[in-house]
Design a protein around this ligand. Structure first.
Ligand SMILES: C[S@@+](CC[C@H](N)C(=O)[O-])C[C@H]1O[C@@H](n2cnc3c(N)ncnc32)[C@H](O)[C@@H]1O
Length: 331
């Protein structure tokens, strides 16, 4: 049981309440061939509340699991949930680009499977005080690891107009990036922007009525996504973590990644495409073994959740799943 504070006092939630794992059956199916032998090691790089981990530990009674998360609250909840699996589970507080160190410190050299279920957890979104949600007024924080780093309020207070515009464009794909950056600079000259509610008001006031009628979603949606990505350096970390985790896989080992926004999915697609392509120089008549691809793709393009799952679990609506298997050692 996890105990979580809500606006109405503590509410005791059963673990099945708090998170329905996305595309769980597909993850099990894709990882199964790699987890078949006794003692196989699976890394859940985004432990969250342990939904995927719990199901995988149940389905594969001989595997060992190393779970990573940068959020200490998530690790505490996952720890309670997975306690019954005893020493089959090792949880590590780390950003996932620290996967190689985390695996080594657990006494493991090669892994058989790795799962990434990217983004924020429902715990983080529902916990108003974390500042991830534009629908709830809270301190403008957005750190996944509350023990370290810069908050969204720090960014909004200190970045120049050009930098704000750049992150809104790049990480939010926001068409009104320049207008929003200017509005923030003007508003912070009056008073610091320390709460999500004030930032939302500034963004709404800066959005032309005609744009609001276009149905592009809430005016704050893309700016909040951009700030979250910047606060947590999400893309830079992912760009290091996916190749690092692929390097740890033994031949026959498998990686499954679920992304919830296009920037992450494009990055995963590029890394997978590189790893599954021949590196033979153009014009070479015969491919040498060291030029052969190290991975093969297990799904064509990106796979989506079924309509039935999307209806049951709206969190599955934007998911894009990609998976690959290691087919040879590095040269
Ligand atoms: C969508 S949730 C995972 C949910 C999990 N699969 C489950 O079934 O409960 C994503 C988790 O990844 C964590 N996370 C996101 N980025 C991370 C990073 N760079 N390093 C480590 N953990 C990260 C978040 O803190 C969050 O707990």
């Amino acid at each position: 049981m996890g105990i979580r504070a809500t606006g109405h006092g503590p509410r005791i939630m059963s673990h099945s309440d708090i998170h329905t794992p996305v595309m769980l059956e597909r993850c099990v199916e894709l990882l199964a061939p790699a987890l078949a032998q006794p003692g196989a090691v699976l890394v859940d790089a985004t432990e969250g509340m342990g939904g995927h981990s719990e199901a995988l530990l149940e389905r594969f009674p001989d595997i060992r699991l190393i779970g990573l998360d940068r959020d200490t609250d998530a690790l505490r909840i996952a720890g309670e949930r997975l306690a019954r699996f005893g020493d089959r589970v090792t949880l590590v507080h780390t950003v996932y680009d620290g996967i190689a160190d985390a695996v080594a410190s657990a006494g493991v050299s090669r892994i058989d499977g790795v799962l990434f279920d990217l983004g924020v957890s429902s715990l983080q979104l529902d916990e108003a005080a974390r500042g991830f949600a534009y629908a709830q007024d809270a301190p403008l924080d957005m750190r996944m690891d509350q023990t370290a780093g810069t908050t969204a309020a720090d960014i909004v207070a200190t970045y120049g107009e050009g930098d704000l515009r750049r992150i809104f464009e790049r990480y939010g794909e926001e068409k009104l990036a320049g207008r929003y950056a200017r509005a923030i600079i003007a508003a912070r000259a009056d008073a610091p922007i320390e709460r999500t509610g004030r930032l939302v008001d500034i963004l709404i006031a800066a959005t032309p009525a005609a744009v609001q009628r276009e149905g592009r979603g809430h005016p704050a949606k893309r700016v909040f996504q951009a700030l979250r990505i910047e606060v947590n350096a999400e893309l830079a970390v992912l760009d290091r973590a996916i190749p690092a985790s692929m390097d740890l896989l033994r031949v026959g080992g498998r990686i499954v990644v679920m992304s919830y926004q296009s920037l992450e999915d494009r990055l995963v697609k590029r890394v997978f495409a590189d790893a599954s392509s021949s590196t033979a120089p153009a014009g070479l008549p015969v491919e040498l073994p060291e030029h052969a691809p190290r991975f093969r793709l297990l799904v064509k393009g990106a796979e989506l959740a079924s309509d039935e799952e999307k209806e049951r679990n709206p969190r599955a609506t934007p998911v894009r799943l990609r998976a690959a298997e290691r087919v040879r050692e590095a040269a």
